[in-house]
Design a protein around this ligand. Structure first.
Ligand code: SAM
Length: 251
């Protein structure tokens, strides 16, 4: 029997669900965690997410006056870092979850460059921008939540100008078996409990660790980036592969 769009399935953590349900479920998770999101990031990663995000910006090397798009930009961490390096840039922060952007706008109120930010609620799979609109496209800890990452990547390619740059920060695979075991033990035993204790929400953090396990490894994701049309693609592991930066160009 032919597959209809409604029959298509995807993963929500370790659960198999219909594709059409995923965005709503993901939105529910991030609506629930929005007010504790930044605190939980520091607690879960021991502050390491800041080092990884700084490494992302180092590799991106923001330029004065650039037009930057930060997809799944949440509470603004990447956008703020771009503007600290290049205060004359224009940064659009796009996210599926309005509550995450509300937190981001609240954080931005105290910042000198707040007028250089714009905030857009939309899905990474259907960007509300014309072709060739941006010099850079960043997505940090967002792509694994998207229902069809390959669609998000082709949208990234479409909205970038020629010469534009893609940089993706995401959790990845630790290639050392013993370390991977220790990391798994921490992820599955500690993080959901921490989520319960700090944010009163175990299920969202269980989803977080499961979604990390399901995301493609470094080489597979590199192929997906090339398949979307990008050139000069490469990656750098961070903290032994716990996280990874992928970079590529539209030429
Ligand atoms: C783990 S947070 C990352 C936030 C921020 N980029 C950071 O690094 O701190 C993931 C974000 O992805 C957003 N998101 C998930 N699916 C999305 C989609 N399809 N399109 C746009 N944003 C999405 C969520 O709403 C959430 O704000």
């Amino acid at each position: 029997m032919p597959e209809t769009p409604d029959d298509k399935t995807t993963h929500f953590g370790f659960e198999t669900i219909r594709e059409a349900e995923k965005a709503g479920r993901v939105q529910g998770i991030f609506t629930s965690v929005a007010s504790r999101y930044d605190l939980m990031n520091d607690l879960m990663s021991g502050g390491l997410h800041r080092v990884w995000k700084d490494a992302m910006i180092d590799w991106l090397a923001p330029r004065p006056g650039m037009r930057a798009l930060d997809v799944a930009g949440g509470t603004g961490d990447i956008a703020f870092r771009i503007l600290r390096r290049a205060p004359s840039a224009q940064v659009t922060v796009l996210d599926l979850t309005e509550s995450m952007l509300v937190e981001g706008r609240r954080r931005a109120e105290a910042l000198a460059f707040r007028d250089r930010l714009s905030w857009v609620t939309a899905d990474a799979m259907a960007l509300p921008f014309p072709d060739a609109s941006f010099d850079s496209y960043t997505i940090s800890f967002g792509i694994r939540n998207v229902t069809r990452p390959e669609v998000a990547l082709s949208e990234a390619f479409r909205v970038l100008k020629r010469g534009g740059r893609l940089v993706v920060l995401e959790f990845s695979k630790v290639p050392v078996p013993l370390l991977e075991k220790a990391y798994d033990a921490y992820s599955f035993n500690v993080i959901p409990r921490m989520g319960q204790a700090v944010a009163g929400d175990r299920a969202s953090y269980q989803y977080l660790v499961e979604s990390i396990r399901r995301f493609p490894d470094q080489e597979t994701f590199l192929r997906m980036i090339r398949d979307a049309g990008f050139s000069n693609a490469g990656y750098r592991n961070l903290s032994l592969g716990v996280a990874c930066l992928h970079s590529a160009w539209k030429i």
